[in-house]
Design a protein around this ligand. Structure first.
Ligand SMILES: Nc1ncnc2c1ncn2[C@@H]1O[C@H](COP(=O)(O)OP(=O)(O)OP(=O)(O)O)[C@@H](O)[C@H]1O
Ligand SMILES: O=C(O)[C@@H]1CCC(=O)N(CCc2ccc(Cl)cc2)[C@H]1c1ccccc1Cl
Length: 345
């Protein structure tokens, strides 16, 4: 049937230009398609630049990785993981990957631009968050991570630096190079306690006296340079790393739950719960659960954090259970990314 829309609203593009629009979307991009602007930030293996696409003036964050450096540091597999994981994801609270391409020296990831920096920046600027703002941002992180887990992905490096903020002050989770794709198909394993990959499946991590933690990730002894899978695969950053990841590195959804508990503590206390004078001391505090709450830490938040920061993953609440905790009483979880975000500025 003819298009029911009145002529004025009929699609203005002819069939030939429609196909060129379609091919425009699919066409492999190259650096010349973009005008590059300021440096948005630097990673261990990357430089992220502001970029605008010539044909449509769209703005992006383009992550450039130097091939020689990646190869020298044996990080090729992380690059492939980041690309594979980002290509699976489509969620308003997770950074989108639009295109990838390469040239002789670099790899390029054309990412959704998060204009307002990262959450660590705001914690440093404000000292700590008001209770309602902390609740809103933890809720956004929970919604985003529940989506990740439903897609069979464990982030493994959740921390305020990896929680970016867009121009409406909603979060955009980033940094999937150290993510883990769980083997079994994505499932709502929260309900089925014995589904592989769920918290109880990694209940083997007992709270018995743990093995000594690995040397700090920065130290690479010669044996490590041999690329031994276990030691070199240390992921995550000390402060938010779960005890099980420090011990046997069994990545599971409950490792992300632990990190969320650390982030909630950090937002309200203005510092992470486990912070030693160096990485090794931080590890010691984590595996001994050595942390205390500052005076004035809100009681329901304290109860929630205490229920999350437990050594045995089987005793850690699932994200669905956390949503029902009194800390979120009265919180409206529907379409959180469309709600007015708290004004942190
Ligand atoms: N989509 C984005 N929008 C805006 N800024 C971004 C975006 N992605 C990254 N950045 C900025 O670029 C910096 C480097 O990000 P990138 O993910 O490349 O490295 P990193 O993961 O932070 O560092 P490392 O590789 O050491 O973990 C970030 O700290 C952030 O400030
Ligand atoms: O996985 C892919 O989609 C392609 C496949 C073809 C290809 O050559 N690459 C780049 C592979 C690669 C990874 C790391 C280095 Cl240091 C060099 C090349 C991959 C690639 C291209 C652009 C950006 C990222 C990646 Cl992994």
């Amino acid at each position: 049937a003819d298009d029911a829309r009145p002529a004025a609203l009929a699609p203005v593009v002819s069939s030939s230009s429609t196909s060129s629009l379609a091919s425009q979307a699919a066409r492999k991009r190259c650096p010349e398609d973009f005008e590059f602007g300021r440096v948005l930030g630097e990673g261990s293996y990357s430089t992220v630049l502001y970029a605008r696409e010539h044909v449509n003036n769209r703005e992006y964050a383009v992550k450039m990785l130097d091939k020689r450096h990646i190869i020298k540091e044996k990080k090729t597999k992380y690059v492939a993981i980041e690309k594979d994981v980002l290509n699976k994801l489509a969620h308003p609270l997770i950074v989108k990957l639009y295109y990838t391409f390469q040239d002789l020296h670099s790899l390029y990831f054309v990412l959704e631009l998060a204009k307002d920096g990262d959450m660590l920046g705001y914690i440093r600027k404000l000292g700590s968050f008001q209770l309602d703002a902390a609740r809103f941002y933890i809720a956004e992180i929970i919604v985003a991570v529940m989506y990740l887990h439903s897609m069979g992905i464990v982030h493994r490096d959740l921390k305020p630096e990896n929680i970016l903020l867009d121009e409406n002050m909603h979060i955009k989770i980033t940094d999937f190079g150290t993510a883990k794709i769980l083997d079994e198909p994505p499932s709502n394993s929260d309900t089925d306690p014995f589904a592989a990959g769920s918290t109880s499946a990694s209940a083997s991590v007992s709270s018995s006296s743990p093995s000594p933690p690995p040397p700090a990730p920065s130290s690479s002894s010669p044996s490590q340079d041999a690329g031994s899978s276990k030691r070199n695969s240390f992921v995550g950053t000390a402060e938010y790393c779960s005890p099980e990841l420090l011990n046997d590195r069994a990545a599971s959804k409950s490792s992300d739950v632990w990190a969320i508990g650390c982030i909630l503590y950090h937002l309200l206390a203005g510092r992470p719960p486990f912070k030693g004078v160096n990485e090794y001391q931080t590890f010691q505090k984590i595996i001994k659960l050595d942390y205390t709450f500052p005076d004035g830490f809100p009681p329901t938040a304290r109860d929630l954090v205490s229920s999350i920061l437990v050594l045995d993953t089987a005793n850690r609440p699932s994200l669905a259970e956390i949503q029902k905790h009194p800390f979120f009483d009265g919180f409206d979880w529907t379409d959180i990314h469309t709600q007015q975000a708290p004004d942190l500025r």
